[in-house]
Design a protein around this ligand. Structure first.
Ligand code: GLY
Ligand code: MN
Ligand code: MN
Length: 507
């Protein structure tokens, strides 16, 4: 009956299109077209307002991650004086109908705040005397009176879980917090120049589309990317945790190779992903679980191929920590536990190339030196095998080895697997290495099944070895040295994990 319908619980919640504009209106209103629940009676509405315990006030301490963010915001403030800067965490992305992908906060936002709250927005507001006020816009706990608590399936705490108060968030993050529902009026309120990170938050995009200049926004992105080039002590610790979990995930996979052989590469993916979800936030990127010739497809993430005893399995995977730092490791493993002759030949070439690349890492060395050292070894090997005609200098000058090496030898690593990707060439690719940088070294050789320019024995073999290396004051540290790399070490490690009964055999 019309008079029993709750018409308006939205007065104290974000307007439609504000907190999650992609959610269908019928879901936002709590009225599901085909669900069990229809509209709520006044009696039920009254009943749902009352009888809820007030959570105890428990002011949290400043988190270790947040404690490292003030200096980053200070650097940002100094780079863009007298401008309003807006950096959002973003929203869930729709997967299909009313299901979404799991939310993962934007890297720039987490790096500057230590927070991962969906819909959070950091605003640096310029102060008349110089510098900025730092303000975090967050959605406070659900209002019980309005019914938002239980009627709003997109944001109501009954559906999505408890939220901290703004005061608790201030204590946890060390930043002034305000209600997100007042965000829009702040960011559009005057003619102060604004730069924003677009593409994450539809409210920011819609409100500031006319107010920001794409080239200026890009400068902000570039600066935020370069701000992540050097990792501090906390970040190195988190990266090491990510690497350690990833090593355990690789061990899990070796133990599960028997099941993978009677199922598919999906068993490898599932096994690794279990470790990532239990010990960390998630995988840092889609794992590449590529058996046999699939290893020659660089972005093989279908992971639906067969795992056969005589093949190599290329596993490229990384655990992302709860703080959102990811590892990025690759091992190419003989499924049966021992490399065949040609497999080992290719593997050893890639290993030697990786050794040369890692050896080039020290403060003051050029970033490009790592790639050049690894490519030289691979080019030499391709000439020695008669696949390329020498001399090696000509091969390298024309980059002829790239038909089989395919990709660069590494990249910066951090909260994004390809971290700092927006950094200027002179700050990254053309720069020299500095202590605190963390990069991967990941040469590979890939002989496609249909490559008629190589002897048949090479075809279908793909090998990559990837480690995560920290530049230190006196050289480098291989953060992933716990994972064997040398071919005979890999074989011994696999044998030990499988045990005397051959736990890795099909059964
Ligand atoms: N896993 C992506 C990469 O190695 O760059
Ligand atoms: Mn990788
Ligand atoms: Mn990589």
């Amino acid at each position: 009956m019309p008079e029993e319908v709750v018409e308006d619980f939205a007065t104290s919640r974000p307007a439609d299109g504000e907190s999650d504009p992609e959610t269908p209106v019928e879901e936002k209103s709590g009225r599901r077209k085909n669900g069990l629940f229809g509209e709520a009676s006044r009696e039920l509405t009254e009943n749902m307002r009352k009888g809820w315990a007030v959570p105890p006030a428990r002011p949290p301490a400043l988190t270790a991650q947040a404690a490292h963010t003030a200096c980053r915001r200070a650097a940002l403030s100094a780079r863009f004086p007298n401008e309003r800067l807006v950096v959002p965490a973003g929203h869930r992305k729709r997967r299909s109908n009313d299901t979404n992908f799991r939310f993962r906060a934007a890297t720039e936002y987490v790096h500057l705040t230590g927070d991962q709250t969906e819909g959070g927005v950091l605003v640096l507001e310029p102060l008349p005397g110089g510098g900025h006020e730092h303000i975090l816009y967050l959605t406070p706990p659900s209002d019980r009176e309005s019914g938002e608590f239980w009627l709003d399936s997109a944001a109501g705490e009954l559906w999505t879980g408890p939220r901290m108060s703004l005061a608790e968030n201030e204590a946890r993050l060390g930043i002034t917090c305000r209600d997100r529902r007042t965000l829009r009026e702040h960011v559009v309120r005057d003619s102060v120049p604004v730069r924003a990170v677009h593409g994450h938050d539809t409210l920011i995009d819609a409100s500031l589309a006319e107010r920001t200049v794409p080239a200026y926004n890009e400068e902000l992105i570039v600066h935020l990317s370069e701000l992540r080039l050097l990792k501090d002590e906390f970040e190195v610790g988190e990266l090491q945790k990510a690497v350690n979990s990833t090593v355990r995930g690789f061990e899990d996979v070796v133990r599960a190779l028997g099941r993978a052989q009677v199922t598919s590469e999906r068993y490898v993916e599932g096994t690794f992903s279990l470790r990532a979800r239990v010990e960390g936030n998630d995988v840092g990127y889609h794992p590449i679980c590529a058996s046999g010739p699939n290893a020659c497809t660089l972005h093989w993430t279908r992971n639906d191929g067969a795992v056969r005893a005589g093949d190599l399995l290329l596993l490229d995977a990384g655990v992302e920590t709860h703080s959102l730092y990811t590892a990025d490791l690759t091992r190419t493993l003989p499924v049966a536990g021992a490399f065949g002759e040609m497999q080992r030949r290719v593997y050893d070439a890639v290993f030697d190339a990786q050794e040369a690349g890692i050896a080039a890492i020290r403060p003051g060395a050029r970033y490009r030196d790592v790639h050049d050292a690894a490519q030289r070894v691979l080019a030499q090997r391709l000439v020695a095998w008669g696949i390329l005609e020498g001399p090696v200098e000509r091969v390298l000058a024309c980059d002829l080895q790239r038909r089989w090496t395919l990709h660069g030898t590494g990249h910066m690593l951090g909260m994004d697997v390809h971290d700092c990707a927006a950094a200027r060439t002179e700050a990254y690719v053309d720069a020299t290495l500095r202590p605190g940088m963390c990069l991967t070294v990941e040469p590979g050789l890939y002989f496609q099944s249909g490559d008629l320019t190589v002897p048949k024995a090479y075809r279908g073999i793909g090998v990559r070895i990837e480690d995560d290396i920290l530049v230190t004051a006196d050289g480098h540290r291989n953060m992933s040295s716990a994972l064997p790399r040398r071919a005979d070490h890999v074989e011994a490690w696999m044998a030990e994990l499988r045990g005397p009964l051959g736990a890795g055999n099909p059964r």
